[in-house]
Design a protein around this ligand. Structure first.
Ligand SMILES: [Zn+2]
Length: 285
């Protein structure tokens, strides 16, 4: 009687073991098949981070790349990045510095300290402010690959997902520029139906050059140049961009009086919705 009970138990264990093995064998191909699909179904996301008086834009591509364009004026960018990224995601695949003013570069020093940065794009324009020099030294110490942007070009992130770099149109490497704003990298991002024009602090002189270049400037999402100042977002330029949404990255009660009311009215007259980081916080698409 006891022997039969032991045999029944043994058989039950064998059946459970076989079922377990069959389950694992079936689960492996199912996981193998669906996991890449789950990954590529992720959408493209753009976040204009609320970093006070400065610029910081995080793009997450459907291919799990994190692209950071500028880092704002201080370490506050770290908390803003952590709000957007998963807790385990500590990499910035591509860091872009549009131009070396403190309100764009200073936060990037902290980002290199706290995240794994794989690659950096910048123009190489000469500037001797401490934050910029510290950022450059840190990149060199950590052997992060640096790429000079010296002409319009395409940077591909995956199928139908890329940066169309429109400016600079000539090299600024080692050049002492009279106006650093006008050395800003200008790029149009295309991905999964999203289209955003990012102009750094480029002013009307660059806007005119871009218009004359014949480049397609139209974009549904437009980060206004130079924090909504009247040095940028000229009438002719914004007509060419013809955005649905315009983002002004700006700090509350800043000493520069940004943004300019005329720029806001100009955009609103065209039917563009204006979103300000000082009022709305981080703006996401
Ligand atoms: Zn700025």
């Amino acid at each position: 009687m006891l022997k039969r009970k032991i045999n029944t138990q043994k058989r039950l264990y064998v059946v459970l073991l076989v079922l377990g093995i069959v389950f694992v064998l079936l689960a492996i191909p199912v996981f193998w098949f669906y996991y890449p699909k789950i990954q590529t179904e992720k959408k493209s996301e753009i976040a204009f981070l609320d970093v006070g008086q400065g610029d910081a834009v995080l793009i997450q591509t459907p291919f799990r790349q994190n692209i950071l364009i500028d880092g704002g004026p201080d370490g506050s960018v770290i908390q803003k990045l952590e709000e957007e990224l998963s807790w385990w995601d500590r990499k910035i695949d591509l860091m872009v510095l549009t131009h070396p003013h403190d309100d764009h570069v200073a936060g990037l020093i902290d980002v290199i300290g706290k995240f794994h940065v794989a690659k950096v794009l910048y123009t190489g324009v000469t500037h001797d402010a401490p934050a910029y020099l510290e950022w450059l030294a840190l990149i060199k110490n950590r052997h992060i690959p640096l790429v000079i942007i010296d002409r319009p070009q395409k940077i591909v992130f995956g199928s139908d997902c890329f940066f169309d770099i429109l400016y600079p149109r000539a090299s600024y490497l080692g050049v002492s520029a009279a106006n650093l704003n006008n050395t800003s990298i200008v790029a149009k991002y295309f991905c999964a139906g999203q289209e955003a024009l990012l102009t750094g602090d480029a002013e009307i002189a660059v806007e005119k050059e871009l218009a004359e270049s014949g480049a397609d400037l139209s974009a549904r999402i437009f980060k206004t140049g130079h924090h909504g100042s009247d040095t940028s977002s000229g009438e002719d330029f914004v007509r060419l961009v013809n955005p649905e949404k315009a983002i002004i990255s700006v700090g509350a009660d800043n000493k520069f009086g940004h943004p300019n009311l005329r720029v806001i009215k100009r955009l609103e007259r065209m039917g563009t919705e204006v979103l300000r980081t000082d009022l709305a916080g981080t703006v996401r698409f």
